[in-house]
Design a protein around this ligand. Structure first.
Ligand code: FMN
Length: 233
């Protein structure tokens, strides 16, 4: 499965088969998480892997009684260590970077689980103190996310996504995105850049310019079809 396929295929699954998850899959998911960008490359996270059925039950309870979690075969509990990052990046590091770092890890993990034929669902609703008690997590560590993992045992309809023009602006916040306009606008800029590039380093860029031009023509021919397909879920 390629990257885009896994990204698009990933869905929140809340019912898992009674089949164990092989450890090499868990290891691949962990690796994918650790390969996510990390603020200052500090990697100020800690991960607790849970397989014990009794502990999984307690985590479901701590996750505001989301009992579907009990069907998971493995749970990854993602934590961060805010002190370390605060020393480097003060309050912003603690309040933002650290959380975003864990979010980047979580998404990598969810996508890679999907690529391995597994499924998961990001769980953010939990009583942190309770999770900490269940897993003996020290006070200076925060629990950021719980990822129950298993083989999917349900098919759920694809959740709605907003229309692109409701959430994407062009160049300035509030400047509406229009597919036709954006395509034209983008290609206009693209063309200008090719011309500019040609002027700057004539010889070298002439060849590259031709390549770019070819790419540009291809872009024009296919872009609308592709974009429309992409945003019609
Ligand atoms: C930060 C965050 C917290 C979430 N917490 C929960 C949760 O506690 N329980 C749950 O069932 N789903 C949770 N979700 C999953 C969302 O409900 C789900 O991603 C959303 O409905 C879109 O569905 P999809 O993941 O299939 O695209 C959470 C997602 C995120 C990003």
């Amino acid at each position: 499965m390629d990257t885009f396929e896994a990204i698009h295929k990933r869905q929140s699954i809340r019912k898992f088969m009674d089949i164990p998850v092989p450890f090499d899959s868990v290891a691949q998911i962990l690796r994918a998480g650790m390969d996510a960008p990390s603020p200052g490359n500090l990697h100020n996270y800690k991960i607790v892997l849970v397989q014990e059925e009794g502990t999984i039950k307690k985590l479901a309870e701590a996750a505001l009684q989301q009992y579907w979690i009990e069907t998971a075969k493995v749970i990854i509990v993602l934590c961060d260590e805010p002190e370390k990052i605060e020393r480097h990046y003060s309050k912003r590091g603690k309040d933002l970077y650290s959380i975003q770092g864990c979010a980047a890890m979580a998404e990598n993990m969810l996508v890679s689980a999907c690529a391995l034929g597994l499924a998961s669902c990001w769980v953010g609703a939990f009583e942190e103190d309770m999770v900490k008690r269940v897993l003996n997590i020290p006070d200076n560590i925060r629990v950021q996310a719980i990822l129950p993992i298993g083989y999917p045992n349900e098919a759920v309809p694809r959740p709605q996504r907003p229309d692109i023009d409701k959430v994407v602006f062009v160049e300035s916040y509030g400047r509406k995105f229009d597919m036709d306009e954006a395509t034209g606008y983008w290609s206009g800029i693209f063309e200008k850049k090719i011309k500019k590039a040609k002027k700057t380093v004539e010889k070298k860029v002439e060849k590259e310019g031709e390549e770019l031009k070819k790419g540009f023509m291809y872009f024009l021919r296919n872009i609308k079809k592709k974009l429309n397909k992409l945003f019609q879920r």
